[in-house]
Design a protein around this ligand. Sequence first.
Ligand code: GLP
Length: 245
Amino acid sequence: MNFHIEPDYDALSRRGADLIEGVMKATDTYTLGLATGSTPIGLYKCLVDDAQRKIIDFAGATTFNLDEYRGIGGTHPQSYRYFMDEHLFGNIDIDKSATHVPDGADPDAAHACDCYERAIQEAGGIDIQLLGLGHNGHIGFNEPADEFPKHTHCVDLTQSTIEANSRLFDHIDQVPRQAYTMGIGTIMAARRIVIVANGSDKAEIVKRAFFGPVTPAVPASILQFHPCVDVILDLESAALSKNLI
Ligand code: GLP
């Protein structure tokens, strides 16, 4: 794993954008795996700024997001499709039909997940996958479990995730209880992975995920087995990992 310890959130965002732009500039067509959550917002702003300054363009891009709430459609303001439109897709020149988010409005979970997994395969897999890190070690919506789920699947969100994500809803009762998410196998099949985490509230899980045992109880710990991972942290999230600072 390559660790990048940045002085602050802006530098972390810039570093993540540079790694993704490196892949974008290396080939004419490429597939990006994208994430939601508050951590990547600064990184998306860098990508948007660079696209507007014509440093990069998204003409060759196909994108797949990690996850989506089950039971809400893409026009719902709290859906991850809506988030992506607001923070990235709506601000760049990209073919919308090349942007993919699991279909949270499809009530048939097996159908929605199988279609998504197949679409990733048919696109030739993911060149670079961006990840955030949940407080309980989740990546995408792969929650702590007894085993690592392989493929895109429907998951019951844990109470801690429902509580963490309720800040974005008017009331905790509105937070969907389930989501469709890429599996750990789907994520690990990406040729390259970039994971971003910032703030002191992530320091404990950073230590457990990257310096503790590999276990499905901490889903992000599996990344220790991936051959090409960049972990981008700020000083606060790296603070409890003694070997980093
Ligand atoms: C959500 C998303 C994850 C994200 C996590 C952390 O649960 N499903 O993909 O990594 O939140 O979010 P944040 O970056 O806001 O801490």
